[in-house]
Design a protein around this ligand. Structure first.
Ligand code: HEC
Length: 147
């Protein structure tokens, strides 16, 4: 009887040891590459992460943007509603006016999210499937130059 108990305790202890070693070996050094099969980020999270990790420098400027192309793309895609200078829609009608340029300068994550995924309740379209990532980078940088 006593021997059996010792055996069971020994096996359990071994099992716990194996589990412990296995989980200790699991830390984040096996991260899935962004966009790879094992990457479980939603497309929203992936897009926002791209902005933070790839597009913004430490001063909040957009890296690698072509402002001229941004101007052209803004004119084609955004001007019909937001106006050529971005001042046709005021996002804060009750208070201090907020236009697309102000939003892009002060709160790029919100600007970026809205441009990508829109806002059905407010009739802002989602451009995720319409405008390429590089083009969005250019639009975002250009929008920061608007009043
Ligand atoms: C069909 C008209 C239309 C087009 C085209 C359009 N927008 Fe909008 N956008 C809107 C409306 C309407 C709102 C919501 C305004 C409100 O709620 O005050 C909005 C809101 C936004 C906001 C949210 C601002 C905030 O912080 O609340 C951003 C950013 C934005 N648009 C960017 C863009 C960009 C960039 C483009 C071009 C790629 C674009 N929009 C094209 C109609 C449009």
């Amino acid at each position: 009887m006593q021997m059996w108990r010792n055996k069971i305790i020994f096996v359990l202890a071994l099992y716990a040891l194996v589990l412990g070693v296995a989980s200790a070996q699991k830390p984040n050094d096996i991260k899935p590459l962004p966009g790879s099969e094992g990457d479980t980020l939603t497309r929203e999270d992936a897009r926002m992460a791209y902005l933070v990790y790839k597009l913004l420098d430490k001063d909040g400027n957009i890296i690698g943007a072509d402002l001229k192309r941004g101007d052209k793309l803004f004119f084609q895609n955004c001007r019909p509603c937001h106006g050529e200078d971005g001042m046709r829609i005021n996002f804060n009608p009750g208070g201090k006016p907020e236009f697309i340029g102000i939003r892009a300068r002060n709160d790029m994550p919100t600007f970026w999210y809205q441009m990508n995924f829109g806002d059905e309740d407010r009739n802002m379209e989602a451009y995720y499937d319409e405008i390429s990532l590089d083009e969005m980078r250019d639009i975002a940088a250009f929008a920061k130059t608007l009043p």
